[in-house]
Design a protein. Structure first.
Length: 216
């Protein structure tokens, strides 16, 4: 056999299978298909996902590290989402994102503005959460705030859960997309104070919606 092209026959690695399962289970939790506090039964997940227990266990460990799963008295369950935790996340986001947006406005060039607009176009589609994450990633990269982005990325699972929760709300005065468009416009105009204020307005409204839902 020609060993030069032998890699073409290689079977997908377990790590890649794990990544697929991780993405699907994470997405299901973020989308609310599993309720807050719901038990995650290994056997049921194996049947649902068509994978072995070892893969499910590994994925659950990763989701625990992301704060989407926690250990209950009867085994792993979807982490409870309460306002006390959510408020801390919004406070952290407000500090880091406002600073990053202001710095991005001072530094941004045409390429950065184009990337922000491309991300905004994706927010109205099926990959809205991924496009939203990309929008903020561009801002932090443009600002040169790499460490701050690492902190936000560690919270991404919980941030995505909150985004899914607030985006579905019907009582928004201004849509999330419109708020983010204002952030992008301020960055494109080089308006650092305006960019920071646009972030504050966006997160203040989102936090208020989250509080009403979680405390209601």
């Amino acid at each position: 056999m020609d060993t030069k092209h032998a890699h073409d026959l290689k079977i997908e690695t377990p790590a890649r299978l794990r990544d697929v399962v991780l993405e699907r289970l994470r997405g299901a939790i973020v989308a609310g298909r599993f309720a807050s506090g719901e038990r995650l039964v290994e056997r049921s997940l194996c049947d649902l996902l068509g994978v072995s227990r070892s893969v499910v266990r590994e994925v659950i460990r990763i989701l625990e590290a992301e704060g989407l799963v926690e250990e209950g008295t009867r085994g792993p369950m979807v982490a409870r989402l309460d306002w006390g935790q959510a408020r801390q996340i919004y406070d952290i986001r407000l500090m880091l994102e406002a600073a990053a947006a202001a710095e991005a406005a001072r530094r941004a060039d045409g390429a950065v503005v184009a990337e922000l607009r491309a991300a905004l176009e994706g927010i109205g589609g099926e990959q809205a959460l991924a496009a939203t994450r990309r929008f903020y990633e561009v801002i932090f990269q443009a600002a040169g705030h790499d460490i701050a982005w690492e902190i936000v990325s560690r919270l991404n699972g919980r941030i995505s859960r909150l985004r899914a929760l607030t985006l579905a709300a019907q009582d928004r005065k201004v849509s999330g997309l419109a708020r983010m468009t204002r952030i992008a416009e301020a960055i494109a105009a080089g308006d650092d104070a305006g960019a920071a204020e646009a972030v504050r307005a966006h997160l203040t409204e989102a936090a208020g919606i989250a509080e009403r839902i979680l405390e209601g």
